[in-house]
Ligand binder design. Sequence first.
Ligand code: NCD
Length: 311
Amino acid sequence: MTTSLFGKDILDLQLLSDDEIRLIMDTTARYEKVMQNGGRLMNLYGKTLATLFYEPSTRTRLSFETAMLKMGGSVISVADAKTSSSAKKGETVYDTGKMIESYSDVAVIRHPVTGSAKELADGSDKPVINAGDGAGQHPTQALLDLYTILKEKGKIEGLTLCLAGDLKNGRTVHSGAALFARMGAKFIFTAPEALAMPDEITESLRKKGVEIEIIPDLMQAVKKADVLYMTRIQQERFEDPAEYERLKGSYEVTLDTVKAAKKGLTIMHPLPRVTEIKTEVDSYEGAAYFRQAANGVPVRMALLALVCGCE
Ligand code: NCD
């Protein structure tokens, strides 16, 4: 049986229906259970995933590749697409899409330019998954974040999520805010003024009736939040290095932050962290960021199987 996700590009979650989001969550839970029980999944046997990373990645790339291999599929990969692929010779992402469709069944791309995953998808007839396009979107991160919240909290509807850090440049919070809002979450946005959530995102959420409080002080914000979603200040998106230096230490989550917080606070972070969460917080039971990273594998297994029509 194939579903409506068969052959679909995953570029922006706004293009998926609520039913499709639920299907991804349910398929993830099913696969996770099989693996926990020591079972094996071979759904993607004979299929090939191409990974094209024009920007650094550890978790996203490794978890996509692990997901494919765990389901019996194969992976072809350009390790450092920016310098070691034909991009260096001036090939467009569109032309790369034209090529990649004959080599693989599905492609995952990360690129510094917003819109480039769409450009690859325009070139390729096979499904393309956006693994981060500049400061634009990071849909698969938002899906694994949703899965994590559902697992950690048992629900998302009615919860208050504090999105904190670099809300201007962080693509994970751009994808996440739209998705979590759809699922019934409320928000606190915690950022230095210069790194506030882009107005068009805040306005479009408010227009839909989503409750948003702006609380720049982290200690005040965590008193009201059920989940703290911390992000890294995105150094690579700053034009002025002095501005990065000024803002880089804006927030630091410590055990004192946990003490000040509402009881049971769940702390998430897409990782990598720099200085925004101290390692002393890792042993706090609500520190969910490494569990969150682990959830990337079953979520990406589900996505790959669904877009390949092999669920
Ligand atoms: C994020 C990214 O690349 O946007 N990392 C990730 O995929 N887990 C977050 C970041 O780099 O800060």
